[in-house]
Design a protein around this ligand. Structure first.
Ligand code: ST9
Ligand code: FAD
Length: 667
């Protein structure tokens, strides 16, 4: 999608492409219809001055937030006035490109009501939420506890005399802290609190608590609420009002407890349904599955900037070629950049698969089939963890790949990083989530002789074979076989999991021993997730990929798999499945893949179809006219509003005109 000024500095690069660009764009968008919607919404946002991202990094917090409110309000108005569908509305939000309260309203508040509310409760709350007559947030985390949900301290004590719950924050650490949209925008909070009936603590349950007046938006009596303060980076996540919230014996009706999983009757009786309590974590599973495709989008933005810039930037030369070399020609640049490009493609493919996995589990849950829930939980938690960590590191690596100019906000990369990096923490700290995967692997292995593992854990059913047979690769091209590659990842993961499971089995089963082994448990969880990523990327390619793009996708898939193999060579070698020589052969194959990517690199990032408006980067411009726009951009800097800087008279002039030796000067 070209929106430059006509002159294409990257035309030579684009002419080298060896695949069907349009087909790739459609593939990456998820289909022809999605592609068309995406194109339409990207243009709609780019052409509307209210959505402009200019100056975002220069705005003070108050202005930044107000501007964000303006954009969110305008987005909602646009959705209504143009009668946009849900898919179109989501795409519009995507291109507006800043975290805001509506994310939590649509992304967590509504899904939690759908998942945990009874039909009656859904009828009551969802219409209000859908028309945004109320704005909701997801208030789970507290000052004292985030990961340990069972440790939350807010209480909801039932009072049968009035048929109400009394919401209370008994300690400082029970203060709700972090919920997005809570600080200034929300009228309602989905509060996770300890349910107490007749002095008995039934653990954590969800409640809808009104927190602000629907008349004038002031906090309701005995509710203390506000924003928790400025966060990391300029712009970034500071458009969001992450908030604090305290209740001082605030009364809400009994019907405000979401009662699909458990009920409190009028006379104060607590009744659990026969559904697993983990369904209470459903909103988190929903967001985690969506985070994988988001990771691909964020990483692809950084990679688009770094690839285009690397094709424009020239440094040094060699005696064989005239002029200076494009930095993309350097092997070191390729070996840092191309695996990230391949990773963005891998996450897109796996993200599509995640959507189908989630749709499948939702269908099953509706039919009261909970059998796949543990595997889906492990999968969503693990892939959320791996993909966000790699993406955050990848954005930072792309910044370094752009040299000094990458450090300027004009590159778009610092703000991208600041907006993205909290994804490693929110929706579950990444280490905590890997430990959940590890627990799932241990449980699966402990039952393997009785229960055949399914889905992404099915390979553990072959644990004996995977533990005894070693890799047969003897020449580089032996690696160019997806079964060989898959078996390597399966064997490494199975062996790592089995080793730590065996060590734990030999012990006393104490929590201390478990803790002692958590580094190995995290490593084995990571190995399992890397296997899922490689195997699902391969699987997606093998199911109906159009001819005009299949070859390039295969190259990217091998690039991804080989770079994972090499980056984790220590683990692969330690399991004894592969030898050092086999790793060396994979390294050579990876270089061949780089040669195949090189002529296609710019077109491969064009295929992500990010508009200049969405990228917001002088380095990643479609037309490659980097230097003109960096230079022009400097004149937008507020320090350059005046030729002589504000502060000269008071602070610079005295220094320049004192004409005195400093007392300690030796000169
Ligand atoms: C204009 C339109 C605009 C529209 C825009 C829309 C855009 C949408 C985008 C959305 C963006 C959202 C931004 C996100 C913001 C961040 C929100 C948050 O951080 S929110 C806050 C996020 N906070 C966090 O993420 C907190 C992280 N902490 C946790 O998730 C949990 O406390 C825990 C899992 C670590 C432990 O929990 P604990 O209760 O101690 O559990 P145990 O360890 O004892 O395990 C017991 C059993 O349960 C099992 N199981 C566990 N979980 C699940 C699950 N989800 N499922 C199923 N099962 C699960 C587990 O395997 C075990 O099984 P078994 O072995 O018995 O068979
Ligand atoms: C930008 C942002 C937005 C957020 N939005 C929301 C929201 O809308 N709603 C909401 O409810 N919450 C929200 N949160 C909170 C977020 O979900 C939590 O911060 C997150 O779940 C991590 O929990 P924590 O802060 O308690 O970290 P902690 O658990 O305190 O983690 C601190 C460190 O301890 C380690 N650690 C903790 N326990 C263990 C263990 N058992 N074993 C090994 N290591 C351990 C962790 O790995 C980490 O390194 C948001 C957070 C951020 C940053």
């Amino acid at each position: 999608m070209q929106d430059g000024n006509g002159l294409d500095h990257l035309a030579g690069e684009r002419a080298m492409a060896q695949f069907d660009l349009q087909a790739m764009k459609v593939y990456l968008a998820g289909g022809q219809r999605e592609y068309e919607i995406s194109t339409k919404m990207a243009q709609l946002v780019a052409n509307d001055p209210v959505f402009s991202k200019e100056d975002r990094v220069r705005l003070a917090r108050k202005d930044l937030y107000k501007n964000s409110l303006r954009k969110a309000g305008h987005a909602w108005k646009t959705i209504l006035e143009k009668g946009l569908s849900e898919v179109e509305g989501l795409k519009l939000r995507h291109f507006v490109d800043e975290p805001t309260y509506t994310d939590l309203h649509w992304g967590m508040f509504i899904p939690a009501i759908k998942g945990q509310g009874t039909e009656e409760q859904q009828h009551k709350w969802l219409p209000l939420a859908y028309k945004m007559a109320i704005i909701g947030c997801y208030a789970q985390t507290e000052l004292g506890h985030g990961s340990n949900v069972q440790g939350l301290e807010t209480t909801a004590t039932f009072d049968p005399t009035t048929d109400e719950f009394i919401m209370h924050s008994p300690t400082v650490t029970s203060t709700k802290w972090w919920p997005g949209g809570l600080g200034k925008a929300s009228t309602h909070a989905l509060v996770y609190a300890r349910l107490i009936t007749d002095k008995k603590d039934h653990g954590i349950h969800a409640f809808i608590a009104p927190i602000r007046s629907l008349e004038d938006h002031t906090p309701l009596p005995n509710v203390t609420v506000g924003d928790i303060g400025v966060k990391f980076g300029n712009g970034g996540y500071n458009t969001m009002d992450n908030g604090f919230l305290r209740f001082d014996h605030v009364r809400i009706p009994r019907e405000n407890m979401l009662m699909r999983l458990a009920t409190v009757t009028k006379d104060g009786k607590y009744v659990r349904s026969n559904k697993p309590r983990q369904l209470g974590y459903g909103a988190m599973v929903f967001v985690r599955q969506g985070i994988v495709i988001d990771a691909s989008i964020y990483l692809s933005r950084a990679v688009t900037i770094a690839v285009r810039y690397s094709a424009v930037r020239r440094q040094f030369g060699n005696k064989d070629e005239p002029g200076e070399l494009q930095v993309i020609q350097y092997r070191t640049q390729q070996s840092r950049l191309f695996p990230l490009l391949a990773t963005a493609y891998a996450y897109r493919a796996v993200g599509f698969w995640m959507k189908s996995l989630y749709a499948d589990v939702m269908k099953r849950l509706n039919d009261n089939d909970f059998s796949t829930l543990p595997e889906v939980h492990a999968c969503t938690a693990g892939l959320k963890s791996i993909t966000t960590s790699v993406t955050a590191d990848g954005i930072e690596e792309c910044r370094k790949l752009c040299g000094g100019h990458g450090f300027l906000c004009a590159s778009g990369l610092p703000e991208l990083y600041a907006a993205y990096v909290p994804a490693c923490t929110y929706e579950g700290d990444n280490t905590i989530l890997l430990l959940q995967v590890a627990r799932f692997l241990l449980k699966t292995l402990s039952q393997v002789s009785k229960v055949r593992p399914v889905g992404t854990a099915a390979y553990l059913g072959n644990i004996k074979q995977l533990s005894t047979q070693n890799c047969k690769v003897s020449q580089g091209h032996d690696w160019l076989n997806t079964s060989v590659l898959l078996e390597a990842f399966e064997a490494r993961s199975a062996r790592q999991a089995a080793a730590v499971a065996l060590r734990l089995a030999k012990g006393s089963g104490s929590e201390a021993e478990f803790q002692e082994n958590t580094p190995e448990l995290v490593e084995s969880a990571r190995a399992h997730c890397q296997l899922i990523l490689v195997s699902k990327f391969i699987e997606q390619l093998q199911t109906g990929t159009p001819e005009g793009i299949r070859k390039q996708l295969e190259v990217l898939c091998y690039t991804y798999a080989f770079s994972q193999l090499i980056d984790n060579a220590g683990d692969f070698l330690a399991t004894g499945y592969v030898t050092g020589n086999q790793i060396a052969l994979a390294k050579e194959e990876l270089k061949h893949m780089f040669d195949k990517i090189r002529p296609n690199a710019v077109a491969l990032v064009d295929a992500f179809d990010h508009t200049d408006d969405y990228l917001g980067s002088a380095l990643g411009r479609y037309d490659g006219d980097v230097y003109t726009h960096l230079y022009k951009g400097a004149f937008k800097e507020s320090l350059n509003d005046t030729v002589v800087v504000d502060g000269y008279e008071e602070y610079l002039k005295p220094v320049l005109t004192q004409n005195l030796w400093a007392p300690h000067s030796k000169l």
